[in-house]
Design a protein around this ligand. Structure first.
Ligand SMILES: Cc1ncc(COP(=O)(O)O)c(C=O)c1O
Length: 392
């Protein structure tokens, strides 16, 4: 498909490959293996001399359509789909790191990402230094001769800190390291890290790419040299491949990605403004607000501010829990990226395993509430939140 098409068009059309039946909607190939015409063709496929399908752990037409569509959206040469967001991060690490390497990572990344670096990759001789997502000088100072990877998420969870991708990419390049950006919060509808200098884009497709909370899935996008060739080889050998069914669900999710991201961001902005004006709320964290420390950067780097916001209610944990328990519409769940709005108390859930001191240092207060705004009417969401804000 031509690179000149707009994002909305690519989301609906890119990557589709029709069978002889000329189906209009993308076909779901639920098959573990593919049949060869004869022994000669089987040998050629195994030798990589014939590009056809062999076995779904290696390749599958539905998975390939998803990969091609997401590559088009991210402006990437290639994309590989993985069984989950975590396996996308694992695939990136296993492809580009070896024993003795050093990673510089934002200290505001998803908890399991930190566990992966600290508890798994450390056992294979990979060391990680954590730095502020917003202080470029800390990234520069952390660089060592053996630094091979910079890793960040922007905006961060739950405080929505925004990292300057172009600035960190320049530091990474000078250091001879790759920059990998977890683009979960924005998706390519709002932010295209490769165009800003990142080398690798990572997705938990479980979130906005599916968009309706149905499947666990992941993906990595980037050049053929960094992603397509080596990661396909890793997935084929190690096996954290995406199931065709989940690929099909995400593929259909991509068709509404731009619409959803823009609508959910607009709703989040309206709620952020409303919350900021309420006397029960002491602070709102949302890049779309002029009060956000990286508001100008977010305006430059992102097309909209995203659908996740956090806010601190006066009265600490008791007030935060009262607010959450008073909702009737919003779902109390730690997932995000759904058309159904979700609410969570980070200090006692997603960030509950870190010490109170570390939590306080990270700015995760006892009164902090995270809202991942969906597609319900904003007026109904306000009523749902107002009940808890005004409860005694
Ligand atoms: C930013 C981010 N990256 C990665 C992951 C991991 O994705 P998955 O749950 O699909 O493995 C998550 C999950 O919440 C996430 O929020």
């Amino acid at each position: 498909m031509s690179k000149d098409y707009e994002l909305a068009t690519k989301g609906v059309r890119a990557g589709q490959a029709r069978t002889e039946f000329q189906e209009h909607s993308e076909a779901l190939f639920l098959t573990s293996s593919f049949v060869f015409k004869n022994a000669r063709q089987a040998a050629a496929r195994f030798a990589g001399e014939d590009e056809g399908m062999v076995y779904t752990r290696y390749t599958n037409p539905t998975v390939a359509m998803l990969q091609d569509r997401l590559a088009a959206l991210e402006g990437a040469e290639s994309c590989v789909a993985t069984a989950s967001g975590m396996s996308a991060i694992l695939t990136t690490a296993m492809t580009h790191l070896r024993s003795g390497d050093h990673v510089v990572c934002s200290n505001a990344v998803f908890g399991a990402t930190i566990q992966l670096f600290n508890n798994v990759l450390s056992r294979f001789g990979v060391e990680t230094t954590y730095v502020s997502p917003t202080k470029a000088e800390e990234w520069q100072r952390a660089v060592r001769g053996n630094t091979r990877l910079f890793f960040l998420e922007t905006p961060s969870n739950p405080l929505t800190e925004v990292s300057d991708i172009a600035v960190l990419s320049a530091i990474a390049k000078k250091a001879g390291a790759l920059l990998a950006v977890d683009n979960v919060f924005c998706t390519p509808a709002l932010q295209r890290p490769l165009a800003l200098g990142a080398d690798i884009v990572i997705h938990s497709a479980t979130k906005y790419l599916d968009g309706q909370g149905r499947v666990i899935a992941g993906a990595v996008a980037g050049s053929k040299a960094l992603v397509g060739a080596p990661m396909t080889a890793f997935l084929r050998t190690a096996g954290p491949t995406l199931s065709p069914f989940n690929a099909w669900v995400v593929l259909k999710g991509l068709e509404t990605l731009e619409l959803r991201m823009l609508a959910q961001s607009a709703a989040a902005l309206e709620l952020a403004r409303w919350l900021e004006a309420r006397q029960e709320v002491s602070k709102v964290f949302y890049p779309g607000l002029p009060s956000h420390p990286q508001h100008e950067l977010a305006k430059r780097q992102q097309r909209a501010a995203g659908a996740v916001l956090s806010f601190e209610v006066k009265g600490g944990r008791a007030a935060a829990w009262r607010l959450i328990d008073s909702t009737r519409l919003v779902s109390v769940t730690a997932n995000l990226g759904d058309v159904k709005t979700t609410i969570v108390h980070p200090a006692s859930t997603t960030h509950g395993r870190i010490s109170p001191e570390a939590r306080a240092a990270a700015g995760i207060g006892e009164g902090l509430v995270r809202l991942a705004v969906g597609l319900e009417a904003v007026a109904d969401l306000k009523v749902d939140l107002q009940r808890g804000l005004e409860a005694e």
